[in-house]
Design a protein around this ligand. Structure first.
Ligand SMILES: *Cc1c(COP(=O)(O)O)cnc(C)c1O
Length: 338
């Protein structure tokens, strides 16, 4: 694949560890669970967007950008990591936040990632209502900045375009290398899937290397059909960017939307149970929006016998623990009853 031909700037600590979750594996009595620690990428409390930003911000620098514009939900981990990456590179960072969740009060609105956005020097240009055309808001703002003589670079929500997805092509390579080193036959990769760059990059990377490792994306928002279509589109465009020819088989993309619950950013009972199990048996912090929904799917599928007991399942921990502080009251309530 020769990823080294694409501009890239080092922002994180790689390779991230691949570790066994012995306690959870024993507790659940299913397959052997491994965790790929992409929560530990190191950029301002880490997370999966760091991998994408190594390619996206390198592209911005190549194009002579002085300002980065991006968008996300109020408690966006992507916005926080983008601001941190821009700070490290001496670029201005401007973000639009979308009020996708309204019922959670002050901690959700101001603590967690939002607090870090400000500390890292990012400017929240506007906090817009749910359903706003965020791409349009960024484009109009970019035109305004251009008229003032700036050179803005727009990073889409979640950093999910073919350049950003290269970050997860790199993760696929990294996993294959670690599996060789550790003589580990990986039977499944499971992770939380949102704006699709993570899954699309992994699928593109495993497809281009003919590794035949199935990836299961646990959707945090969209219904199955829509999520699979979106992942397929981006994975196909990423393969085209890599110069890999041939149509990506539709079956290479599998999403499960059974764990979304009431919607984006709204934890279910299963989400909270997954948070507690990972915390109390492995000392690992998941997050209520993404990684714990992914883990809730993993746990439920293990209980349903979806995986064979002798299989190795790699759960990609995509990060997000900074968002826990935005969910203080829900977590306090859960802890007091659990
Ligand atoms: C953004 C995010 C995801 C989803 O990744 P996508 O590439 O947007 O699908 C998963 N987990 C966390 C913690 C995230 O911040």
């Amino acid at each position: 694949m020769h990823l080294a031909r694409f501009p890239r700037i080092s922002l994180g600590h790689f390779p991230t560890p691949l570790e066994p979750l012995n306690n959870l594996s024993a507790l659940l009595g299913g397959p052997k669970i491994w965790v790929k620690r992409d929560d530990a990428t190191g950029l301002a409390s880490g997370g999966n967007k760091t991998r994408k930003l190594e390619f996206l911000l390198a592209d911005a620098i190549k194009k002579g950008a002085d300002t980065i514009i991006t968008q996300g939900a109020t408690q966006s981990n992507h916005v926080r990591q983008t601001i941190a990456g821009a700070a490290k590179l001496g670029l201005k960072a401007k973000a639009f936040l979308e009020q996708r969740v309204t019922q959670f009060g002050d901690d959700y609105q101001h603590s967690g990632n939002v607090l870090l956005d400000g500390l890292l020097g990012g400017e929240i240009v506007a906090h817009l209502p749910n359903g706003t055309d965020m791409q349009l808001a960024m484009e109009e703002y970019a035109s305004q900045l251009r008229r003032q003589g700036h050179n803005p670079y727009i990073i889409p929500g979640g950093g999910s375009n073919p350049i950003g997805a290269l970050g997860y092509v790199a993760c696929a390579e990294e996993l294959l290398y670690q599996s060789s080193q550790q003589r580990l036959h990986i039977h499944h990769v499971v992770h939380a899937s949102g704006s699709t760059g993570t899954q699309a990059g992994l699928v593109a990377g495993f497809t281009a290397t003919h590794s035949q490792i199935p990836v299961l994306g646990i959707s945090v928002r969209a219904p199955k059909e829509k999520q699979e279509e979106n992942v397929w589109q981006l994975a196909s465009r990423t393969l085209a960017l890599l110069g890999v020819s041939g149509e990506l088989p539709r079956e290479a993309v599998v999403a499960n939307s059974d764990y979304v619950g009431d919607g984006y950013g709204l934890p279910t009972e299963g989400t909270l149970e997954a948070l507690a199990l990972f915390a109390r048996h492995e000392g690992l912090l998941l997050d209520p929006v993404y990684s714990a929904k992914g883990a809730a799917g993993l746990i439920d599928l293990i209980r349903k016998g979806f995986f064979q007991p002798d299989e190795n399942v790699v759960f990609i921990h995509t990060g997000g623990s900074a968002g826990l502080f935005g969910y203080r009251h829900i977590l306090e309530e859960y802890i007091s009853h659990a």
